[in-house]
Design a protein around this ligand. Structure first.
Ligand SMILES: Nc1ncnc2c1ncn2[C@@H]1O[C@H](COP(=O)(O)OP(=O)(O)OP(=O)(O)O)[C@@H](O)[C@H]1O
Ligand SMILES: [Mg+2]
Length: 254
């Protein structure tokens, strides 16, 4: 069973000629089959955690370890991490002009699976996955995220999730900016992947509404660069009622 183990993770970023510590000792274990929700105020470091796990070069790991099935993730390049089974759905998916969705998906699937998917089954696989996400087939010929609406970008992230079948999926605010129908469609996509029992999900969100569709096993409060409280699904309701004040009092900020 795949396990992602984050221990005492400290991360800095260079900004305005100064080194700023953003993550200040993150501890978290995510196992295949589990769903963890991370909730926390703006600027507390949630996306920084997601990027650091994916291997974004802007973020420097100064302390701590990240292991996937005992293998040192921090020693791996970005594409090695993807091949090892890590997946990141970005909060702000980037546009890639000149690369069609269809080309991008096939290239990614080839890299992650270790061999090119057979064309006939692949075309069907993509078509069916797009239909389930209510994406028009014309998106396959468009450039990656170019001119996509916010919600279309998020659906495209989940399309990748369904096709790449990672061991650990980090979804950074995949629910933000979705209308009610899109939220349901995207959540159903995440649940289809979850129901295989083969993915551990780290769901970063601000809203409990997505947690009505995707039931988390654990909820973590993220504040000032680390997890300050963990609980079950009921913790999300408490946060919705009471906000983060109890965790941010005393002028602590990232
Ligand atoms: N590349 C960077 N350069 C400068 N500052 C950065 C960089 N990346 C992150 N930060 C800073 O680190 C802090 C945490 O940012 P991050 O995006 O991780 O927060 P977040 O918890 O995801 O917030 P939100 O809920 O608004 O998405 C912020 O103060 C941000 O300005
Ligand atoms: Mg963020």
């Amino acid at each position: 069973m795949a396990t992602l183990e984050i221990r005492d993770l400290h991360v800095t970023v260079e900004a305005d000629n100064a080194t700023k510590e953003i993550l200040k000792g993150v501890d978290l274990t995510v196992k295949q089959g589990e769903t963890h929700a991370i909730m926390g105020p703006n600027g507390s470091g949630k996306s920084t955690l997601a990027y650091s796990l994916a291997g974004h070069p802007k973020y420097t790991i100064t302390e701590g370890t990240v292991l996937l099935d005992g293998e040192d993730v921090l020693e791996m390049s970005v594409d090695e991490r993807a091949r090892a089974g890590l997946f990141l759905a970005m909060q702000y998916p980037v546009e890639v002009p000149g690369v069609s969705v269809s080309n991008f998906l096939r290239t990614s699937a080839t890299a992650v699976r270790g061999e090119a998917p057979k064309l006939r089954t692949w075309v069907k696989e993509v078509k069916e996955a797009m239909e389930r996400l209510n994406m028009d087939s014309s998106f396959a010929e468009r450039n990656v995220n170019e001119g996509f609406s916010g919600g279309e970008k998020k659906r495209h992230e989940i399309l990748q999730l369904e096709l790449l079948k990672p061991k650990i999926a980090i979804l950074d605010e995949t629910d933000s900016g979705l209308d009610v129908d899109a939220l349901r469609i995207v959540s159903e996509g995440v649940n289809r992947v979850r129901e295989t029992g083969e993915v551990g999900t780290l769901l970063i969100t601000h809203y409990t509404r997505i947690l009505r569709y995707i039931k988390p096993d654990f909820v973590h409060v993220f504040s000032a660069g680390r997890i300050v409280e963990s609980g079950g699904a009921e913790l999300a309701d408490k946060l919705e009622d009471e906000g983060y004040e109890a965790y941010t009092k005393g002028g602590v900020s990232a």
